[in-house]
Design a protein around this ligand. Structure first.
Ligand code: ZN
Ligand code: ZN
Length: 133
C-alpha cells in the first residue's frame, strides 16, 4: 500500500508482481499470490523461444490457475485499461488477456506451460504478426 512502491499489483488477485529474469534480456513480472505472469510487449516471443519445463516461472498449480481464471475483465496493471481476451482456437479453455494499449499479455498460472506443450509457438506467431508486423 505504500505510495513509494513502484511494484505493480496483480489485476486478478491483488497480489504483488515480482520481476523474474528468465534468461538474458528476458524479464517478466510474476504475481506472488496466484503466480499469474505479466509479460511486457515484445517479450512474449522471446519468452516462448526460451520456455521449457525448467524455465522456473510457471510454478502455479493447475488448481490455482483455474480458480483465478474465473476472474475476468481484468485491467492492465500498467495502463489501467481493460485488457482484451484472446482465445486459442485449438484450445478453447485457454484465454489470454492482452492490453490494447501496451500490448502486454497476462497468463494465468500454468497457461504458458499448457500452451507451449501444444502449438503455442505457431499460434503466437499468428497473433504477434497481426498485432505488430
Ligand atoms: Zn495474482
Ligand atoms: Zn497496458
Amino acid at each position: 500500500m505504500s505510495a513509494t512502491s513502484n511494484k505493480l499489483n496483480c489485476p486478478k488477485c491483488g497480489g504483488e508482481f515480482e520481476s523474474k529474469t528468465v534468461a538474458e534480456d528476458i524479464a517478466v513480472e510474476q504475481c506472488n499470490k496466484c503466480y499469474g505472469l505479466f509479460v511486457p510487449a515484445g517479450m512474449t516471443r522471446k519468452l516462448l523461444a526460451n520456455w521449457g519445463p525448467d524455465t522456473m516461472v510457471d510454478t502455479g498449480s493447475d488448481t490455482l490457475g483455474k480458480k483465478y481464471d474465473k476472474v475476468d475483465d481484468i485491467n492492465c496493471p500498467k495502463c489501467a485499461v481493460k485488457m482484451d481476451k484472446i482465445e486459442d482456437h485449438t484450445q478453447p479453455h485457454i484465454w489470454i488477456e492482452s492490453c490494447p494499449v501496451c500490448s502486454a499479455t497476462f497468463f494465468d498460472a500454468g497457461e504458458l506451460t499448457d500452451l507451449k506443450e501444444k502449438t503455442l509457438s505457431d499460434w503466437f506467431k499468428r497473433f504477434i504478426k497481426g498485432k505488430r508486423e
